[in-house]
Design a protein around this ligand. Structure first.
Ligand code: F6R
Length: 612
């Protein structure tokens, strides 16, 4: 949802800004722009991707050691040049970039129009820059104070950077609801939506909190003030993020790299938590809340998209192993439907980015109703990680491909650990069974490696189905969320319509769709409702649908029925999602590549959804 980057220091700003934008492009890519501050503010912007901006500015005046840049995911106003950021104030003395939504922009806009301001874009952002200029003119205060006063009039979410030609060595940045990190280098400062544009230069960062304004002056120490005008001491953290983790490492796309990273990311998410020798699971981040979880009347899992699918697997695991009632909620629904919650409930939110606006709102609601809120997050220091009472990080590493892959399997790994930990404490499964599942979980990374060896076979299957327009994904029990996830992956990156369904529900409607054109991807692994799934396959075959089956090695029955099959290693039924999802990720990936789609940046999508 828009990427922001800014720089001030001794170096030329342009190369740093453009490289930073490329790293942030996963956040939005419908238009991009840059502003260099010399004696004047030079703004260049264009529709399209960062590469288009680079092309566009080739012959422009880009020297300077202070500047800011933006890559946009449109909310207010279509993606075009005028709506692209940065935006100028009326007299072109102030410029702004913004990520978020100003909810009261309409009333502010009419007030400003009455005062003689002209709006050139349809964005909500432009009100803020005019407002800042207005305050500067009438109240004659420094830039940071004008920004602070303006922010007090604004309702909504924002991460902003403001430059003014009258303050040629100053960057003012502020956040509320949208992320912002300040990097502190040697005589230089960086501001960005996440740490990826910064990490190459420094690992000393300050994550701004909601309601904080960073006042950055060349060669001076960073100052932080709140919008309520309170001076804060910057809390400088050392980031442990390597440059290689945010680069493609020889793969054609981030998505493929991230699919192939799964043995490592699952292993890293279990390291130090799964203790085979002692037959034990420990999760340090929720140690203080274990008793609360054990006594919980109910666990509510709240998340969006792929993380919601992981939550569904979590529901089955927690009920199966720990015998705690679980409900899984879309954060966007949960936050608006006045749910019944009490202090005896524990809410677990799941988020890769840790910035999803609806999930953040779900946290606020749950806290307000007295529930304990725990998080399963991938991005360290993210808003969700900080807003929750406690939680467990997935150590999947940066996920840059817009379609989530390694985050999902890491989330499921952490949820499995959680369910096992609670089951052990509650004594809801026999010790020998606990040990068996623990051993199998420990083997999952090796089995994912085996699944990844099927890469070429999946590519061939992708070739057969590249031209379909519809598809159905079926699974039962633990494989139902896998079907949902497989369908989501296909539709988001290849634009083929795909539906995930519980296999037995097919006859209640979707079966009407089946004809000889319809590929039906069935997760038909041997444990669970295997025989029932075979019957569902028969129902599809009887209507001439094509079957692509995910089966276990050595399967005979489904193999005979399937048009194509992919054999994955056998494991415990509850662990199958971590294996069965992988070939479905690959299938979507290759279909999208063959169709010529932009796999890492699918149309209309953005990696972190910081607007509701
Ligand atoms: C799908 C995908 C999205 C995210 C969803 C939640 O591939 O990436 O559906 O899963 O937007 O995002 P997080 O997990 O960052 O809260």
């Amino acid at each position: 949802m828009c990427g922001i980057v800014a720089y001030v220091g001794p170096k030329q700003a342009y190369p740093i800004l453009i490289k930073g934008l490329r790293r942030l492009e996963y956040r939005g890519y419908d238009s991009a722009g840059i502003c260099m501050l010399n004696d004047v503010l030079n703004i260049y912007k264009c529709r399209g991707k960062v590469a288009d901006l680079e092309e566009f500015v080739k012959d422009k005046h880009l020297t300077g050691t202070i500047g800011m840049a933006h890559t946009r995911w449109a909310t207010h106003g279509e993606p075009n040049v005028v709506n692209a950021h940065p935006h100028f104030s009326e007299n072109k003395s102030v410029a702004i970039i913004h990520n978020g939504i100003i909810e009261n922009y309409a009333s502010l806009r009419s007030e400003l129009i009455n005062r003689g301001y002209h709006f050139s874009s349809d964005t909500d952002t432009e009100v803020l820059v005019h407002l800042i200029e207005d305050i500067l003119i009438h109240e004659k205060v420094p830039l940071e104070e004008a920004v602070r006063i303006a922010l007090n009039q604004v309702i909504g979410a924002y991460a902003i950077v403001v430059l003014s030609k009258k303050s040629p060595d100053k960057i003012i940045a502020a956040r509320k609801g949208s992320p912002l990190v300040v990097g502190i280098g040697k005589e230089e400062f960086f501001v960005a939506s996440d740490a990826t544009p910064i990490i190459e230069y420094t690992n000393n960062v300050v994550f701004l909190n909601d309601g904080e304004i960073a006042i950055i002056k060349r060669n001076k120490m960073l100052r932080i003030k709140t919008v309520g005008n309170k001076e804060e001491t910057p809390y400088i953290q050392k980031l442990e993020l390597s440059l290689s983790a945010i680069e493609k490492g020889g793969y054609d796309h981030f998505m493929l790299k991230e699919i192939f990273e799964q043995p490592r990311s699952i292993r890293d998410s279990m390291r130090g938590r799964l203790h085979m020798d002692q037959g034990l699971v420990t999760l340090g981040g929720i140690r203080d809340y274990e008793q609360k979880l054990l006594n919980a009347k109910r666990i509510i899992i709240s998340a969006c998209g792929t993380s919601w699918h992981a939550g569904l697997v979590g529901e089955y695991l927690l009920e199966d192993l720990a015998r705690i009632p679980v409900e899984v909620e879309y954060s966007s629904e949960f936050r608006y439907r006045n749910p019944v919650l009490s202090e005896d409930d524990v809410v677990i939110v799941i988020s890769q980015s840790g910035e999803t606006a609806d999930t953040l709102a779900a946290i606020e609601l749950a806290k307000a109703k007295g529930a304990t809120v725990l998080g399963i997050c991938n991005v360290v220091g993210s808003s969700i990680a900080r807003a929750t009472d406690g939680g467990v990080y997935t150590h999947a590493g940066p996920e840059i491909g817009v379609a989530s892959t390694k985050a999902f399997t890491a989330q499921v790994a952490v949820l499995t650990l959680l369910a096992l930990l609670l089951a052990q404490r509650k004594g809801t499964i026999p010790v020998s069974r606990f040990r068996t599942i623990l051993g199998e979980l420990n083997n999952i990374p090796v089995k994912v490696e085996q699944v990844l060896k099927l890469n070429n076979q999946v590519k061939e299957i992708a070739n057969l189905y590249k031209d379909v327009t519809n598809s159905l994904y079926l699974g039962r029990g633990y494989n139902f969320p896998v079907a949902l996830e497989g369908a989501l992956k296909l539709k988001e990156i290849s634009y083929i319509h795909a539906e995930g369904y519980p296999a037995a529900e097919m006859k209640h409607g979707p079966i009407a769709l089946i004809d000889e054109q319809m590929p039906v991807i069935v997760i038909a692994t041997r444990k669970g409702s295997y025989e029932k799934v075979i019957s569902n396959i028969q129902e599809v075959k009887a209507r001439k649908g094509k079957i692509i089956a995910i089966i276990n090695e050595g399967d005979v029955a489904v193999k005979k029925l399937a048009d194509q099959y992919i054999e994955i290693p056998e494991t415990e039924e509850m662990l199958v999602p971590m294996l069965a999802t992988v070939p479905l990720q690959l299938l979507s990936y290759y279909i999208a590549v063959i169709r010529g789609c932009n796999v890492d940046q699918p149309r209309n999508l953005a990696k972190s959804v910081t607007v509701e």
